[in-house]
Design a protein around this ligand. Sequence first.
Ligand code: NOJ
Length: 571
Amino acid sequence: MDDDTELVATRPADEWWRSAVIYQIYPRSFADSDGDGIGDLAGVTARLDSLADLGIDAIWLSPFYRSPQNDAGYDVADYRDIDPLFGTLDDFDTMLHKAHELELRVIVDLVPNHSSDDHVWFKEALAAAPGSAERARYIFRDGRGPGGDLPPNNWESVFGGDAWTRVTEADGTPGQWYLHLFDSSQPDLDWSNRWVHEQFIDVLRFWLDRGVDGFRVDVAHGMVKAEGLPDWTPAEGAGSMGGAGGVSLSPGLESEAITQPDTPPYWAQDGVHAIFREWRSVLDEYEGDRVLCAEAWVDPLAKLALWVRSDEMDQAFNFTYLETPWSAPAIRKVVDDSIAAFSSVGAPSTWVLSNHDVVRHASRLALTAPNPQGAGVGPRSAGQPIPELGLRRARAATTLMLALPGSAYLYQGEELGLPEVVDLPDEAREDPTFRRTGGEKYGRDGCRVPIPWESDAPAYGFSPTGASWLPQPGEWSELARDAQAGVPGSTLELYRAALAERVASGLGTGALSWLGGFGDSVVAFVNAGVTVIANVGEIPVELPIGEVLLSSEALDGATLPPDTTVWLRTE
Ligand code: NOJ
C-alpha cells in the first residue's frame, strides 16, 4: 500500500463547508428548557456555548417544524413554523443569533420528499376529488384489481408494510390510494408537479431570509419516482433507505454489500438533479456560502458524486463510509473511493460515523451479528454489542475520521462516547419502524435517548424536571459532560483535542498520501504533515519516532495498541 499519490479531497476554494466539522443536534433529545421531557430551541440556545467550546464549526438541526411527531418531526405539517413543542419563531431567531455570535453556522433540515398528512396541502388534497389540482400535489392512484382494492403497485414502506394507503372519498366510498415511502402519515409529494417546486422555493427563501447557512436535504434520492411506478422487489437484506446496506460492522462478520443491477424505481432517479440545480440557483442569490447537503443513500460513491456536481448540492453524506466494517483494507478502500469520486466533480468528501438513524458507532463497531440500517438493536437482538470494545473502536474510528481531508459530521452525544441504548422497554419506543414491523425491527430509538449534561442533576441535566421522552440509562452519570470535562483521557477531551489539532494542522483541507509498511491491519497515511496510524487489528504495532499530537488511548512506549489511532509529527 505504498503510494506516493496525493489524494486531494477539496478543490482549492475557501467555502467554509469544505473542511467544516458539523455537529448534528437532534432537538428533541438535546436540551429541554421547559421541563416537558422534550428538548427545545431555548434549550439549544442555552447549551450552545458548550458546542463552541468543543470546537465545531456548524450545527445541523433535525426538524423542529410544526408536526404531529409521528416520525419525530420528519412529518412536517408547516414548513414555515416551529412546533410549540420546540418553541416559536422568535426562539429560533434567538438561537440563530447566538450561534452566529459564537461563529457557529446553522444548517436546518429540509424535508421535501413528503409532508405530514396533517399539512393543509394534504388535507385539501383529501377533500378534493380524484383528478383535481389538489390531488396532483401528491401521488394518488387508482388501485389495481376488481374495485381497485389492491394497491397500485407492490412497493413497501421503508418502515415496513405497504407503501400505499387507501382513502375514503367524500361520498363515503373506498377511493384512491396515496403513496408513502415512509409512514402512512407521510404522503409523498409529486415532484413532477411545478406547484410543488414553487412551494419549496418559497420554503428555502423563508429560512434563507431568516439567515440560515444552509440545508440538510432529507431523502434527497427519493423525490422523483420512475415513470409508471413499476413494481420492485428489493434484494434480501438490502438497507431500507437504499444504498448497499447489508453490512455488519465487526471484523469477521462483514457480509457482501447488497447490490442490485437496476436502480429501484423510487431511489436515485435522474430527475432529482434538475431540482437541485433549481435550488442551487436560489441559494446562490444569497450572500455568503450557503450549503446544501444531501441525505442520499446512493451506491456506489461514483454515482453519489453526481449529487454534488458544481451546480447541484455541495455535500452528500458518505454513508458508504459510515457502513464500512472495522477492517483496515475496507477503510483504505472507502477512503480512496470517496476521495476519487467526490474530487472528480470538485467536491469535498464528507465523513460520518453516527446519526439519528443508525446504531451509535460506540456500539455498532462491536456488534456481533449483522445489522442492516434501520433494524436497530434491542434486548432480544442477536449479536449484542460489546461495550468496552465498542467505545475503544469508536474513539479510534473518530480519531481516524477527523484526520481525513474534507468535512466531518458528528452526532450529538458521540463526543461523550454514548452507546446505543439497547434495553429500552417496548412501550417506550416511538420509532414507526418498531410499530410497522410489529416489533420485528427495533428501529432507531436507541440512538435518540436524551443526552447527559450533568452527572448529578435530574435527567442528567437534560431537563429541569427530570422528564425525558425516552428513559435514560441508570449508568450515564460518568458519561455526563461535566464528569468528562477537563478529565484527561475522557472521550470529551479526546474530541476537543482532535478538533483543535485538526484546525491547527490544517487536516480538513489537506491532501492524503498512504503510508505502507505497517501490515494489513493498519490504516496509515500522512495528511497536512501529520502521520496518522490506526491499528485496526489485534496485535500491537511499532510506531515510528515522532511527537505524539493525539492518541485515542494512552500509549505504552512506542507501540500502538489494538483499536487505537495516533497522530504523530515525525519530522
Ligand atoms: C431520513 C431521516 O433522517 C429519518 O429520520 C426519517 O425517518 C426519514 N428520512 C423520513 O423523513
